[in-house]
Design a binder for this molecule. Structure first.
Ligand SMILES: Cc1ncc(COP(=O)(O)O)c(C=O)c1O
Length: 425
């Protein structure tokens, strides 16, 4: 078989696999977005024996930084460091801000504000570094509530971690104002919001440090993976040291460190603590082909989200539907729905009907994280979490993915119609 025949066969095989991935479901939570390009590039890494972090990761980091900064046009130089997951990116961010090598580090017992509705590994890294999470309620948009965020401030507060959940964008004006007034660090968790924008700037460029995930179901995928981004040279340097064992190999100041330590072999010179959060070039190979497709994936997600809104808006009396907020660009990671108080049905009746008709559902991320048993094990503080408690019992989401077309949206709307024709007045 020659190369073209091989690629042709591979393309057919991958497209058949993708078609069968949904296993007949009308709307699965996610669909694969990679194919021949990513697989061949990964194959090249493997046959060239480049399976650890190397030149493809380096290229992807540069490309991602350009993507976020609008090809260098907007603001300061941004360092994008690829890591093996979004969770690792969050832990790296907290590890940098608590590191004795920085000025004014966060200390054990200091507090970090974080929304109570988020993924577990937005919260756990705060605990991992000995700080105390302060869970702040969310609004109807499932994002940190700006007023309650102010009320949660104490003399121990050192940082805010807004989470752009489900592709929707936090009120970064309110976050920045509060951070400036109280001298707080800001870490943006953008793991569900790659490509989202606030006032024309990409999320992830509006804070001291930001995290992204490239897990399978996310806006672009490298299988597992993520990025830790910052415009601060010292944080970027620490990110590269802490990402890889604490040694200087990838440090931006390697020469300085080596000159200052003549007695130790520079190949194994350790200048800080460290993890192993390195990605592989196989992940880098995926990413360099996924990233150029990101804007077209987002366009499809936005069309699908708006089409779902148009089809379901007749049920606004019963359902809270997602909205794109003023001055933002929403990237529709998924489609969240909350059952309004007084609706003549329970969430479980609607989700069972959807599941029976091939529409996969999930609880709205972790619900109110204060109610998760894990939080009984660790110290934390919380304010009034009444909307998060409501979300825990009354919210869920269905999938949005770039292949969700208008015909499928119509069929999905039909499934909602058949439910409401039975339950609603
Ligand atoms: C808001 C948020 N933060 C962090 C993460 C962790 O990312 P990863 O799954 O890549 O570890 C996720 C995962 O989906 C997430 O949704």
């Amino acid at each position: 078989m020659n190369e073209d025949e091989f690629k042709g066969e591979l393309r057919k095989y991958v497209s058949k696999k993708c078609d069968s991935y949904s296993s007949g479901k009308l709307l699965p939570l996610m669909m694969p977005t990679f194919g021949q390009d990513e697989i061949l590039e990964a194959f090249d890494s493997m046959v060239e024996l480049n399976v650890t972090m190397g030149t493809k990761v380096e290229k992807l980091e540069k490309d991602f930084s350009s993507y976020l900064m609008g090809n260098g046009g907007a603001g300061n130089l941004l360092y994008a460091n690829m890591v093996n997951s979004g969770s690792s990116a969050n832990l790296l961010a907290l590890s940098i801000l608590t590191n004795p090598a920085i000025k004014n580090p966060i200390r054990p017992g200091d507090e970090v504000l974080v929304p109570s509705v988020t993924w577990s590994t937005s919260i756990f890294p705060i605990i991992n570094v000995g700080a105390v999470p302060v869970l702040v309620d969310v609004g109807e948009d499932y994002l940190i509530d700006a007023e309650k965020m102010k009320e949660a401030i104490s003399p121990k507060t050192r940082a805010i971690m807004p989470v752009h959940l489900l592709g929707n964008v936090c009120d970064m004006g309110a976050v920045s104002d509060l951070a400036q007034e109280k001298n707080l660090y800001v870490i943006e968790d953008c793991c569900e919001a790659m490509g989202s924008e606030y006032r024309g700037n990409k999320v992830g460029t509006l804070s001291d440090l930001s995290s992204f995930s490239t897990y399978f179901s996310h806006h672009i995928t490298t299988g597992e993976g993520g990025f830790l981004c910052t415009s601060n040279f010292d944080y970027a340097d620490l990110a590269r040291i802490l990402r890889a064992h604490g040694y200087v190999r990838h440090s931006l100041k390697k020469g300085e460190y080596v000159c200052a330590t003549p007695g130790i072999d520079p190949r194994f010179l350790f200048v800080n603590m460290g993890y192993n959060f390195r990605p592989t070039d196989i992940q880098g190979a995926f990413g360099i082909h996924q990233l150029p497709k990101l804007d077209s994936f987002i366009k499809s997600r936005r069309e699908a989200g708006l089409a779902l809104n148009a089809a379901l808006s007749k049920y606004l009396e019963y359902l809270v539907l997602p909205q794109e907020k003023k001055d933002t660009r929403h990237t529709w990671f998924a489609y969240p729905i909350t059952i309004r108080e007084g609706a003549p049905f329970r969430r479980e009746e609607l989700t069972s009907h959807l599941e029976e008709n091939g529409i996969e559902t999930r609880p709205l991320v972790c619900g109110n994280f204060a109610e998760q048993p894990a939080m009984r094990l660790f110290p934390y503080r919380k304010g009034d979490l009444s909307y998060s408690e409501y979300v825990m019992r009354n919210s869920f989401y269905i999938g949005i993915h770039p292949q969700l077309d208008s015909q499928t949206v119509s069929k999905v709307a039909g499934v909602f119609d058949s439910f409401f024709s039975k339950v609603a007045r």
